[in-house]
Design a protein around this ligand. Sequence first.
Ligand code: FAD
Length: 396
Amino acid sequence: MSNPDLADFEKQVQGFIAEHLTPDLTKAAALGFGISRADGERWHKAVFNQGWIAPDWPVEHGGTGWTMRQKQIYSNAAALAGAPMIMPFGIDMVGPVLYSFGSDAQKAEHLPKILDGSVWWCQGYSEPGSGSDLASLKTSAVRDGDDYVVNGQKIWTTNAHKADWIFALVRTDADAKPQRGISFLLIDMKSPGVEVKPIVSIDGMHHLNQVFFSDVRVPVANRIGEENLGWTYAKFLLANERAGIANVAHSERLVKALQEITRAEKDGYGGTLSESNSFMTDLANTDVQLQALKALEARVVASVEETGAPGDEASMLKIVGTQVQQTLESLRVEAVGNYSLPFETDLIRGESNLPAPGPDYAVSAVSDMNFGRASSIYGGSNEIQRNVIAKAVLGL
Ligand SMILES: Cc1cc2nc3c(=O)[nH]c(=O)nc-3n(C[C@H](O)[C@H](O)[C@H](O)COP(=O)(O)OP(=O)(O)OC[C@H]3O[C@@H](n4cnc5c(N)ncnc54)[C@H](O)[C@@H]3O)c2cc1C
């Protein structure tokens, strides 16, 4: 696409955002994974109706056919404007597994509802004792006629309490080597025997859950691909997940927000924080890392265009992307100082009648910083990503 065409495209994107991204949606978006299903679906539907919901999918399955540059223009514009995140579990995670490895019946049943946002998914990978060492997972699926009977427990399941379906890794062969005895099942959360229990995390919010399976009957037709080859599909999904966690556009929004905050906050010496050498040097250094990250992200997107999936660079992207996010969140807390101390979850959720004790940008600063610690853990911890780079990239 030529530059003038790109300029037209950018105008179209800005027009769409101006028309559909209402102030209440931007406010709801600040809750991240904690956004209500109604608000999340409202934005999802608007993007779907525009035909832009799955830029990374192949066109024949509902993708946009955009170039890398168009994808960047759209995702940056949406993030900079503060649009709600599109929940990754359907569009970024199970969707690509379905169109790459699913049966025709599975594609026909699930892809349209993932695209239009009418069905929400959650990810059933981790178990107590099986996080980094995921292949040791124990939730079992035993064949009984045309069904599997599933028993076990998943943990840290984001948004399980809002989801209609879970994609779960289960053990179908207890005697094989750990990676060889796993299958990938799609399980209806309304199935008898599925129980969800909440976990409130360090940000004071409820996004996480435990999910228990007691004699849950799951049709064999809900298995993705071959029995015992689930690890292959699971790894394919993880590479897509990691590339998304870097969240470069979100960090760019944070940098812009911080620049504004520094002009409003005092530095304690009669000036504003924007005149503080040490704070502004920290912010500038982080912004430089972010710009390098953008270049790396462009490489990963190019690799997806060539091969259909991100390569091991996704691990680098995840490490640096999460470090940048965490530094920026800490800088926000430093910038707003004492105003970040009141930790009112009702205020953060927008459900309090009381005014915030300080400026609006201080309300969720500590909660966001605390939850941000999780980004270097989920999707495979950053230590595990370093192991991946050592083995797969450096050949050590
Ligand atoms: C906010 C949040 C949301 C999540 N959402 C989901 C979800 O929706 N679905 C889901 O399935 N899971 C989810 N997870 C789980 C996440 O994937 C796991 O927490 C993660 O894989 C780490 O596993 P663990 O918690 O069992 O830690 P452990 O594996 O016990 O690791 C503990 C520590 O040891 C380090 N460590 C472990 N092994 C090695 C090694 N070989 N070399 C070096 N260091 C090592 C780790 O880096 C970590 O610092 C979520 C987690 C969080 C925090």
